[in-house]
Design a protein around this ligand. Sequence first.
Ligand code: SF4
Length: 513
Amino acid sequence: MPSFWVNDGKAELKDAAHISNLGAREVEDAIRNELGGSKIRVAQTGLAGMNRVLFANITNNLGHFNGRNGFGALMGSKNVRAVAALGTRKINFFNSDFLNHTAKHFAKTFRDNPLGEALYTYGTTAFPELLSAAGALPVDNFRRSAVDDTTPISGDTYNTLLLKKRKGCYSCPIQCKRAIALDDPPYTLDSRYGGPEYETISALGTNLNIVDLKAIAKGNEICNRYCMDTISAGMTIAFACECFEEGIITREDTGGLKLRFGDAGLMIELLEMIARREGFGDLLAEGSSRLAKKWNVENKPFHLAVKGQELPMHDPRVKVGVGIGFAVSPYGADHMTAAHDPFFTDENSFMFKSVKPLGIYKALPATEITHDKVRSYMRLENLWRTMDALGLCVFGYAPRGVMSLDVMVQSLNAVTGWDASLFELMKAAERGSLIARAFNSREGFSIKDDQLPKRLFSPKPDGPNAGKKIFEEDDFKKAIELYYEMIGCNSETGRPDRGKLLELGLEWVEELL
Ligand code: SF4
């Protein structure tokens, strides 16, 4: 079993058999000791990836995750445990003065903005309170949208109980990541693995009816030690718990385990079993969609996945654009396809004003499902694809962060010496999205795969919209068809239109379809 070692541009394969069964922290330490240097950066998949848990992920330096889509399983299937890299060459920028000035100004001023201040103070750990108040927090496998008392999982409780240090990506002053510590068996924590962020607090917590931050943090540590996506891991456990409630599986299937919501000990036991593919964990390691097929419950409301990927911790019933993103994303349910609807409901907010250069001129209610919403989603999606392509964090730039889209473009030009415009970047993003869609179309995916799970069409159970049915399934279907028309794809087959391919300079794609 090898690992890759990239040293100032020279690459070699090294034997990693002697470390392959260790936890992610031990592997990182061993690689740095062996190759000599704390500056070595390590991307690795853990035991979950080597065991091909379908939602295994890749961790970078223990605290940053390529969390979704099972890339760790892919890495494990190639028998690669880690990629280690060290670079010492200087990077030359076209306009260093602009970059230095912008970075200093941002570091000085980002906390003047309430979003920047909240991210620094709480990271994303304030979201459970906010979303619960809005009736948008996944609870009880999306059967509820709020918890009675958010105190045990609030950002303040987190900071008091767990926070050891704020952490961040290289040179980022926002420091939205957390190092946590706790010496309280059985929940003693290793601070090297970082602390749970919002998605994890909900996926391993509220969605399983667990409101104990210590247990959630332990679950987070286990996932990070073995390199597993916390969202899909939590959602797969929730799916199995509801199948058990419904009598679809019994103790005979689970090896004697009684599955139930609200059992923190069970959550932790199952995570260990999944990573090791032990007993019932071997089944759960296949993810909820394969199990739904196996147990013949694919169309049941408790199977909450799109294109085989479990839902992230956001409720499309109160954020329609997020629902469109869940459905149309070429790689399954994803909450990172576009900025979320609540940022654009107030025309006086700086978030709304910041996206006017994209041609978004109308503030819309988060629950609206009209052609205006589809168009707005489409443009926001292009912006986030741009940020993905440039490797930018959405918390830094508009609309979610304080740096404007102008500064984003100027920064790119200052790094590269290009003379790019926002228009060109949007077109590049469109090209990327259309190529992904063309690939999916060739592989047999079409609009029939762009569907939300049935539970999301039921009335809201609680929160400010309790009892209301936000939109009908048919309205949502029409919105997706309109999205296809707007992006220039056939709404039956998903195949890009010839005119759209020509407009984007992608005529070569036609030959591959
Ligand atoms: S780059 Fe983004 S994710 Fe990383 S610390 Fe800064 S705000 Fe957080």
